[in-house]
Design a binder for this molecule. Structure first.
Ligand SMILES: *Cc1c(COP(=O)(O)O)cnc(C)c1O
Length: 360
């Protein structure tokens, strides 16, 4: 047994969340987004559990090839396309689909001299203003790609900037702009990320691209994941490795900026920023010890955090602690730490062992 820090991964929850996607978008095909090592859950593991998806979305050739090596034979899409011309041969050889968001990528495909055609998703910028062709220039890119011998199927793809806020009309404008362009050229369409799937029904179209909701975190600001029937896939847990009694006025941890307001028990949990627990989680961030909430106190160290055990004075060394997941939504911890669930999930360190949850 090494460190008690563990990530428990529930395949049942991951499959359940895919079923939730299907029930929100029954007429759409599902491109399950497994980039960033399956949002920190493990690329191959996520793809294997999500074998019922219609396609996978990744952001590097390495990830795509890893999926092929793991036995994924269906469509795999590179969401940022090729970064270099030399990648195109491998993209074709592995029968990968590629997003095209830039003139240079169009030119690279035009220079392909035969071989297996590459399925392409033309990326339209409808308001995110990050990558993609604005609707003024997308028509020309579409025609050029259509004329390429190296291009197989040609779909249309766009991405939301603010769909996580159901009150923000920018999403309506993005959908309208995308629809207008698609109506003019035809082809399969995909714009909905998780937030689109649950909060913007008219965005579902032929393909949806869920990421965060598959992993059981809420895609909508201010709404718990349970509101969408999602279950957490990852539970980050560890153990209490010390319980100490300190005196009123004693300072706890680095910097000494948290002082005991009275004589009190303080627990130490074996988790820290070296495991991916956010260093910016402030005092007051909840931690589940023996299934009950206690507040984090003092600074997060590389390998340890300290918790206020005044409400749980019977806590003992070896007792279980949950940092997020089952019973403690990851988005709640993210809000305390000034970040988003995506970042916390992606940042779980390789040293944290991945295990299956106990049966039952
Ligand atoms: C990451 C990503 C998604 C998934 O977004 P979620 O908010 O996690 O559902 C969908 N499409 C593209 C292009 C992405 O990069």
């Amino acid at each position: 047994m090494s460190r008690p820090a563990r990530v428990q991964l529930s395949a049942a929850a991951l499959r359940h969340n895919l079923a939730r996607v299907r029930s929100y978008a029954p007429a759409s095909r599902v491109m399950a987004v497994v980039k960033a090592n399956g949002y920190g859950h493990g690329l191959e593991w996520a793809a294997q559990v999500l074998s019922g998806a219609d396609a996978f979305g990744v952001t590097s050739l390495d990830e795509a090839i890893a999926l092929r090596r793991a036995g994924v034979t269906g469509p795999v899409c590179l969401l940022e396309g090729a970064f270099r011309r030399e990648e195109l041969a491998e993209i074709a050889a592995h029968r990968l689909a590629a997003v095209v968001h830039h003139d240079r990528q169009v030119e690279q495909l035009e220079r392909l001299s035969g071989g297996t055609p590459v399925d392409v998703w033309l990326k339209i910028d409808t308001g995110m203003h990050r990558i993609g062709f604005d609707s003024g220039r997308a028509g020309e890119a579409f025609r050029r790609l259509r004329a390429c011998r190296g291009v197989g199927s040609l779909g249309l793809l766009s991405h939301f900037a603010r769909a996580d806020n159901p009150l923000d009309d920018a999403t309506v404008l993005q959908i309208r702009q995308f629809q207008a362009f698609a109506a003019a050229v035809g082809g399969e369409r995909s714009i909905a990320n998780s937030a689109g799937i649950v909060a913007w029904p008219e965005s579902r179209m032929e393909w949806v691209r869920p990421g965060i909701m598959l992993y059981g975190a809420s895609p909508v600001i201010g709404q718990p994941a349970g509101a969408y029937g999602l279950e957490p896939v990852m539970t980050l847990h560890s153990e209490v490795i010390a319980v100490n009694r300190w005196r009123r006025g004693d300072a706890i941890g680095y910097g000494g900026d948290w002082r005991c307001p009275q004589d009190m028990p303080v627990g130490v949990v074996a988790i820290g920023y070296g495991d991916g627990y956010p260093r910016h989680a402030p005092s007051g961030t909840p931690v589940l010890v023996n299934g009950r909430r206690v507040p984090l106190i003092g600074r997060v160290s590389m390998d340890m955090i300290t918790v206020d055990l005044r409400t749980q004075p019977d806590t003992r060394v070896g007792d279980p602690a949950v940092l997020w997941g089952q019973g403690l939504p990851v988005e709640e911890i993210a809000a305390h730490a000034g970040t988003i669930s995506y970042e916390l999930l992606c940042h779980v360190a390789p040293r944290v062992m991945r295990v299956a949850p106990p049966e039952g």
